[in-house]
Write a protein that binds this ligand. Structure first.
Ligand code: XMP
Length: 532
């Protein structure tokens, strides 16, 4: 039997071919890089979904399945408690690609052998291709791949051949093209592997036969259609718009689907950055013509924060107040029967925690996403299947401005977690002005390109200074500049001396109450990006 490609008809190989999305099932076997596999597959234009090994068979039955990828994982296939790949997955009649642990499991399950302890390959490793068709189509004969393994396959199952090897690994890549089974000992999903994206594309497009049409335009059109179907001819949706990428793109999709039957609610909690409210009103209300209500809740939030200095209490109160304000406002839309949310795919992937166990709670995050459950509204979540980079690409397709799409992350509790200690009107105003100086100077100099975030923090720490001939005793402003790719880890950033000098002088000269500016040079870990 040959598995690949499943069908020659382009229409049937489209991601959007039937009621269910057609694509690749990624089985998470505990690898650090599983989400990266899904993102690479999608960059290749194919839909993919991640599930744990225990849910994989059930997930396969619910998908319009074109192929399976088994991820890597930290365990040894022989170890007690190692994730078990169900045998059924090899009998579904679709191609399977095993990566690292996934390859070892597959080879052993199909009659080969795996052993540990002889060699360890880690990091950049030269790879020689032995079979340049199929999986290695358009991949040069010599390239560098990223290896990270102790165990390795020592005997191939019947029907398998060697596709590539390294100095220490005779079975660097193997396959049984007849059955559509492939394995790679290296990690094609990480950027250190040259041509990794090409290899994954060869698998999903060339071998699984997918059309490669999982692209921003078609995803957007598909989601708009789905919203129309879900909401129907007369349904109405309310959406908490924060101006962040997720809620903005969700609003754009819904607005295109149902027009004025989308009601956006923007809450001004008084903890926003300079000009934020005005620019949201101008863009979504005036420019895009959405039905947008701004709720001025500045006093309410400040009252709730009076006297509060504990960061967690601040976060909880702000989150709670937001829900209250939103609930009251939502009730005014008596016709609304749906609640729109910008939930993303990484928020709904369930499998990761299964292997990773509990992680310590560092900060209780609050987003516009965490809305009241008792409103009895059905959820509309058009981004639920998407990664952030896909959301940006769709936003771009729908005409959202780069300033929204590439906006630096801003926490739900806003400036409150950038004012150490008590939050009050005066401190908010000071920080807003200082922060505006920081961001506008950095952006004007084009220095923001390498930075993930750049902002000001108010420290309620008084120090002595001298201005004119007088003594001052005032607050401290900290500059927080960080480089990061996902906010999970970060390094501190730096600016040229002239720019730092200009920012510092302007803050002290223009914002009354600050007489000192300091630069935060802490990485994450051990510090976090926000101060609270
Ligand atoms: P930390 O401070 O934990 O922040 O290193 C990591 C990233 O998350 C952002 N952040 C938040 N984002 N709601 C959000 O949507 C929140 O409550 C929140 N708190 C922190 C932070 O700006 C950084 O990008």
């Amino acid at each position: 039997m040959t598995n690949a490609p499943m069908t020659d008809s382009p229409a049937q190989n489209s991601a959007f071919h039937g009621d269910r999305l057609r694509g690749i099932l990624i089985v998470d076997l505990g690898a650090q890089y599983t989400q990266l596999i899904a993102r690479r597959v999608r960059e290749a234009g194919a839909w993919s979904e991640i599930h744990s090994a225990t849910k994989a068979v059930e997930a396969a039955q619910h998908m319009d399945l074109a192929g399976i990828i088994l991820s890597g994982g930290p365990a040894s296939v022989y170890a007690e408690g190692a994730p078990q790949v169900p045998d059924e997955l090899f009998r579904l009649g679709v191609p399977v690609l095993g990566i690292c642990y996934g390859m070892q499991w597959m080879c052993r399950a199909l009659g080969g052998a795996v052993e540990g302890g002889h060699t360890r390959e880690f990091g950049h490793t030269p790879l020689t291709v032995d079979e340049s068709k199929g999986l290695f189509q358009s991949v040069p004969n010599q390239s560098v791949v990223w290896m990270s393994h102790g165990d390795k396959v020592t005997r191939l199952p019947a029907g398998f051949q060697v596709l590539a090897h390294s100095a220490d690994c005779a079975f660097g890549a193997v396959g049984d093209p007849e059955r559509g089974f492939y394995g790679v000992q290296f990690h094609p999903e990480v950027s250190h592997t040259q041509h990794g994206t090409q290899l994954l594309s060869n698998f999903v497009i060339g071998i699984c036969g997918l059309a490669g049409d999982w692209k921003p335009a078609s995803i957007a059109e598909h989601q708009i259609q789905r919203i129309k179907e879900q909401v129907g001819e007369t349904g109405e949706v309310i959406l908490g718009l924060s101006g962040g990428v997720d809620s903005s793109v969700a609003a754009m999709l819904m607005h295109q689907a149902i027009g004025d039957r989308l009601h956006c609610i923007f809450v001004d909690n008084g903890l926003l950055r300079h000009g934020e409210r005005e620019s949201i009103e101008a863009m979504f209300g005036q420019h895009f013509g959405m039905d947008l209500t701004t709720v001025d809740a500045r006093d309410r939030f400040l009252e709730r924060l009076a006297g509060v200095t504990d960061p967690e209490v601040k976060r909880k109160r702000i989150g709670h107040e937001f829900v209250e304000v939103f609930r009251e406002e939502a009730k005014r839309f008596t016709q609304a029967n749906f609640l729109g949310q910008g939930t993303l795919y990484p928020d709904v992937i369930e499998s990761v925690a299964e292997h990773g166990g509990q992680t310590a709670m560092i900060k209780s995050h609050h987003n516009v996403g965490g809305l009241p459950e008792d409103l009895e509204l059905d959820l509309v979540e058009p981004l639920r299947e998407l990664f952030k980079d896909e959301v940006r690409a769709i936003g771009r397709y729908l005409g959202l401005h780069e300033s929204v799409l590439m906006r630096q992350p801003f926490p739900g509790p806003g400036l409150a977690v950038r004012i150490v200690g008590e939050v009050n009107h005066e401190r908010c105003e000071m920080l807003r002005r200082a922060d505006h100086i920081v961001t506008s100077e950095i952006e004007a100099a084009g220095a923001h390109h390498g930075l993930w975030q750049y902002f000001a923090v108010l420290l309620p720490l008084h120090s002595v200074g001298v201005m004119g001939d007088a003594r001052t005793y005032e607050y401290t402003c900290a500059l927080r500049l960080v480089e990061s790719t996902d906010g999970m880890t970060a390094d501190w950033g730096y600016l040229d001396r002239g720019l730092l000098r200009r920012i510092s002088s302007r803050i002290v000269a223009e914002v009354r109450g600050f007489n000192r500016v300091v630069l935060d040079i802490s990485s994450k870990p051990p510090a976090t990006i926000e101060w609270e």
